[in-house]
Design a protein around this ligand. Structure first.
Ligand code: RB5
Length: 147
């Protein structure tokens, strides 16, 4: 899978660890930064990942910041993005099955690195259920078009 990944300084270590496991699993990973633990703005990397997914350059996006909150807010401003802030296996699974989330957001100050890896794996492997959920996310897309 083509995956765009990004983080701010708070998510940098988690991003590096997750990137290694995604590459080892055979994914094509584009790292949009940040590239160190120097303080930076999560906004830039969240929007960078979201734009790559929205344009089709990446099939999915994964973003890490301290809590995941700011990155989820920013990524969801990009048209076509359904970014899900996920904390556990249930929300990771449901964000795919019911919401067809195309961007996964996690808090690197909330979750341990092995948890981040496991949630990302589950999220990447879970398909969208479609059906009534297609209609619901279709309404979000319609709303975006009307703005
Ligand atoms: C950075 O200190 C922190 O605010 C950021 O990583 C994130 O948690 C924002 O939502």
């Amino acid at each position: 899978m083509r995956i765009a990944i990004g983080s701010d300084h708070a998510g940098f270590r988690g991003k590096e660890a997750l990137k290694a496991s995604l590459v080892a699993a055979g994914n094509q990973v584009e790292d949009v930064g940040t590239h160190s633990e120097e303080s930076c703005d999560y906004t830039d990397f969240a929007i960078g990942v979201a734009e790559r997914v929205a344009s089709g350059k990446a099939e999915r996006g994964i973003i890490l910041c301290g809590t995941g909150i700011g990155s989820a807010i920013a990524a969801n401003k990009v048209a076509g993005i359904r970014a899900a802030l996920v904390h556990d296996g249930f929300t990771a699974e449901m964000s795919r099955r019911h919401n067809n989330a195309n961007v996964l957001v996690m808090g690197a100050r909330v979750l341990a690195e092995d948890r981040i890896r496991d949630l990302a794996k589950a999220w990447l492997e879970t398909p969208f259920d479609g059906g009534r959920h297609e209609r619901r996310i279709g309404k979000i897309a319609e709303y975006e078009k009307s703005c």
